[in-house]
Each structure stands twice: as structure tokens, then as C-alpha cells.
Design a protein around this ligand. Structure first.
Ligand code: DQA
Length: 145
């Protein structure tokens, strides 16, 4: 069975509370439910991990080496700052898709660069929580077994 690791960075656990005008009213619990539902529908295994700490995300990516068929990652604010997360993704060479809930392209200039995205095959932005499902479906279609 295909196994996908979903990683969320800082403040994603605050979904539904944080800036609902930008990130929507759906909560983090709703996101977890969507991932569980997608796993059932697609007959795949999904592990989800959220951390507010850059190093913990690097540790999780390293621990995924040889264990997962794909990674879906929303590094949140670390998207725009973290060379460490970029290097970790490159280190394990697991196919990865970057997700952003909001449309980062139409936001502040400092959100226009994505380091993690340089190690990802695809980026899905501005689709809300649905973007995670799209990322999972992309990986399943390309690497599913
Ligand atoms: C985000 C966009 C980032 O710029 C921001 O720092 C986040 C969330 C998104 O999902 O739209 O925390 O990654």
C-alpha cells in the first residue's frame, strides 16, 4: 500500500482561528478529517505531522528516508526562509508536492520565494484545504502502487 507523509509547518494547527479571511474557517481538525477521508477513499496510508519547529520538521523528513512513497508539505512561514527544509527534502529524494492554502502569489513580496518548493515536483496554492487532496491524488497517480 502506498504511504504518504503530510507535513505541516508553524501555525497550521491554528487553522479556523488564524486570519480566517485568508485561510478560511475550516479548522485544523477539519484538515485531519480530510486527510483521513482521502486515505480511505484512495486506499493509501497517510501519516500526518505538524510542528512549529524548523528542526523538528527536518528530523521528520530525515526519518521518512526509505519509508514513504511521497511527501506533501506545507512548510508555512518556513517556506520562505528555510534552506534546511529544502536540503532535507533533497537529502531523502522522496517525491514531494508543496501545498499552500492561500494564494501566496497574490500576497506580500516576502512570500514570493519558496525554498522548499525548489525540491518539490509541483506546487498547489490558493485551493484551500482541497489543495492537500489534489497533492495526494497527484502523487498517487504518478507513484501509486
Ligand atoms: C501558507 C502561506 C505562508 O506564507 C504562511 O506563512 C503560512 C501558510 C499557506 O498555506 O497559505 O503560514 O503556507
Amino acid at each position: 500500500m502506498m504511504e504518504i507523509l503530510v507535513i505541516n509547518g508553524p501555525n497550521i494547527n491554528m487553522l479556523g482561528i488564524r486570519e480566517p479571511g485568508i485561510y478560511g474557517k475550516n479548522t485544523y481538525a477539519d484538515l485531519l478529517a480530510l486527510l483521513e477521508q482521502t486515505a480511505i477513499e484512495e486506499a493509501i496510508k497517510i501519516r500526518q505531522f505538524q510542528s512549529n519547529h524548523e528542526g523538528a520538521i527536518v528530523d521528520e523528513i530525515q526519518a521518512a528516508y526509505g519509508k514513504y512513497d511521497g511527501i506533501v508539505i506545507n512548510p508555512a512561514a518556513y517556506t520562505h526562509t528555510s534552506v534546511a527544509i529544502l536540503d532535507a527534502l533533497k537529502s531523502v529524494s522522496i517525491p514531494a508536492v508543496e501545498v499552500h492554502i492561500s494564494d501566496v502569489d497574490s500576497r506580500e513580496a516576502f512570500r514570493q520565494i519558496s525554498y522548499a518548493g525548489m525540491a518539490c515536483e509541483k506546487t498547489i496554492k490558493g485551493q484551500g484545504l482541497e489543495g492537500y487532496r489534489q497533492a495526494i491524488l497527484y502523487l498517487k497517480e504518478k507513484y501509486g502502487k
